[in-house]
Design a protein around this ligand. Structure first.
Ligand code: CTP
Ligand SMILES: C[C@](O)(CO)[C@H](O)COP(=O)(O)O
Length: 392
């Protein structure tokens, strides 16, 4: 006769939140579906949870489009509809877990944090043996001050503060009670709802790899933190644009306003330089042109600042897992003189594209008084963009 082994069957469940819009990231797709290391951001944490031996399954909160793009769910996983706020998405997932008992260990996680590790799951579940709620935290590495407009105010004692990450671990019954007691939907995480019940929330060390994808530039940070090395190919695109010069209009070129007797005519602010750059990036992506994405017939683009178009193109690169290596813009104008404004244009373009200054070139030329640019009837611009894109 052999001793019966202790039960090791997986018990823990996960609520994986992928129901947000990702508006701060500004991608054309919700940020959880952006490509990171060859797969959607959401897949990273889903794969990590699925591979962990203590996890039985979970609820993925996602809308129909995300579900369709993701395909089938792993065994033990079901889906739930998002709510308007994160807190309501968690409540919907809790409703989908109605058949589970109150003692079930539960992890609630933002799909926007792809870097889930075995170690952090282990730490949370171990701590949950002796606590009702556990969260991963990290120290605050910067000096903190109160901000009053543009002025720095009093220093805030950071030794008493911590940064809160997800996954957050609870006994299912505890989180059910916390959500049932909530009187509004303003909680930014679940642990704060539990604390409102006067239940203690324990902490364990978090992990830098759990960095949250909030803004487009977080994709580059996550690539580094997760040590993602993707096979890439170089893609080059070119763009060309022309706008007519007319009297008494502001002149925008290369993202800055230049004092001049004439300005460029167009549906938007007519920034010929940013338009050429936008088309160069879209060209390298083989993703149409500026008119396809921002039709002049659409009144919403009337008078709009052209940095919006360039940001859109740059975000298309990042959300597809690529990066901009270099852009080179040539402005063709008899007047005004572009030289005095080149530095400001380079800085503004680097800022819009979120790339280092030394990856942005701005040049200018005249056409020796020949042609429409030489006659000062209009200004032309041409641009080349060099991208690194993931191999399919
Ligand atoms: N109604 C919502 C809002 C957010 N989330 C999820 O909660 C996590 C954390 O939210 P956040 O980073 O704020 O994501 P978004 O709400 O998508 O971002 P934004 O506020 O920029 O639109 C994300 O994984 C997001 O998909 C959700 O499931 N349901
Ligand atoms: C839940 C969370 O990720 C913990 O840090 C955070 O509160 C989400 O905040 P957001 O402003 O909704 O992104």
């Amino acid at each position: 006769m052999t001793d019966s082994a202790p039960s090791t069957s997986p018990r823990a469940m996960v609520i994986l939140l992928a129901g947000g819009q990702g508006s701060r990231a500004g991608f054309a797709v919700p940020k959880q579906m952006a490509t990171l290391g060859g797969k959607p951001v959401l897949r990273w944490s889903l794969d990590a949870f699925t591979a962990h031996p203590a996890i039985a399954g979970g609820v993925l909160v996602a809308n129909d489009d995300v579900m369709a793009a993701l395909g089938s769910l792993p065994d033990g996983w079901i889906s739930a509809n998002p709510g308007a706020e994160r807190q309501q998405s968690v409540a919907n997932a809790l409703a989908a877990l109605a058949d589970r008992d109150d003692e079930t260990p539960l992890l609630v996680h933002d799909a926007a944090r792809p870097g889930v590790t075995i170690e952090v799951i282990d730490r949370l579940l171990a701590a949950l043996d002796v606590a009702e709620a556990v969260i991963p935290t990290l120290p605050v590495p910067d000096t903190l001050v109160e901000q009053a407009g543009d002025a720095a105010g009093e220093v805030v004692d950071r030794t008493a503060l911590a940064r809160v990450q997800t996954p957050q671990a609870f006994h299912l019954g505890t989180l059910r009670r916390a959500h049932a007691a909530a009187t509004d939907a303003t909680a930014t995480d679940d642990a704060q709802l539990v604390r409102r019940l006067a239940v203690a929330v324990a902490t364990v060390p978090g992990d830098a790899r759990l960095h949250k994808l909030t803004y487009a530039e977080d994709m580059a940070i996550l690539n580094g933190l997760l040590r993602i090395e993707t096979m890439t190919r170089t893609a080059v695109g070119m763009g060309y644009d022309v706008h007519r010069l007319v009297a008494d209009k502001p002149l925008w070129i290369g993202g800055i306003e230049i004092a001049h007797s004439h300005g460029l005519e167009g549906h938007s602010d007519a920034d010929v330089g940013l338009h050429a750059l936008t088309d160069a990036i879209l060209g390298a992506l083989a993703d149409g042109d500026i008119g396809d994405h921002f039709p002049p017939s659409d009144p919403q683009w009337r008078g709009v600042a052209s940095h919006r178009f360039l940001e859109f193109a740059a975000n298309r690169v990042v959300e597809g897992g690529g990066q901009i290596d270099h852009v080179d813009l040539t402005i063709i104008a008899e007047a005004p003189k572009i030289g005095p404004h080149r530095s400001a244009m380079r800085a503004r373009i680097a800022e819009i594209l979120a790339i280092p200054l030394d990856r942005v070139s701005v040049k200018a030329t005249t056409t020796e008084r020949l042609g429409f640019t030489g006659r000062r009837e209009g200004i032309a611009a041409q641009a080349v963009a060099t991208l690194q894109l993931p191999e399919n």
